[in-house]
Design a protein. Structure first.
Length: 134
């Protein structure tokens, strides 16, 4: 989800939009796997004077305002002056196929996104590791 959020922010900036980023995490991009992405992202945030609100979650979206709450204190704030709200959620592992196949193939092995959401490099690594074990 973090790369998708950063990509969406870059796309919106390219359209000339003003951004305010609200994240439940301690900082934007906290799960980026490459340090280089942090530098590029924060350069972009500062260059475009983007407000970042870490440790906040969206509570309600209204026509002209968005209510957010602090994760720790629970203090609510109302944000206004926006023309769009874009919600980006983390991906969820899809286990439906594995569940149905397990009935027929009890020795089924899982790798990739059916196990848990991950990037392609990690999925390939675990797939190769499982393949050599088998």
């Amino acid at each position: 989800g973090h790369q998708r959020g950063a990509s969406a922010a870059g796309w919106l900036l390219g359209l000339g939009k003003k951004l305010k980023i609200v994240t439940e995490f301690t900082h934007v991009g906290c799960h980026f796997e490459f340090a280089m992405l942090h530098f590029r992202l924060y350069e972009l945030l500062h260059r475009h004077e983007i407000t970042v609100m870490p440790n906040y979650r969206v509570e309600e979206i209204h026509a002209d305002t968005v209510d957010v709450a602090d994760n720790y204190a629970g203090c609510r704030r109302t944000l206004s002056g926006h023309d769009s709200v874009i919600m980006i959620y983390p991906q969820i592992a899809n286990t439906d196929l594995e569940t149905s196949l397990r009935k027929t193939f009890p020795h089924l092995h899982r790798v990739g996104d059916c196990l848990s959401v991950r990037n392609i490099e990690i999925a390939v690594y675990w797939g190769a590791r499982l393949g050599s074990q088998l």
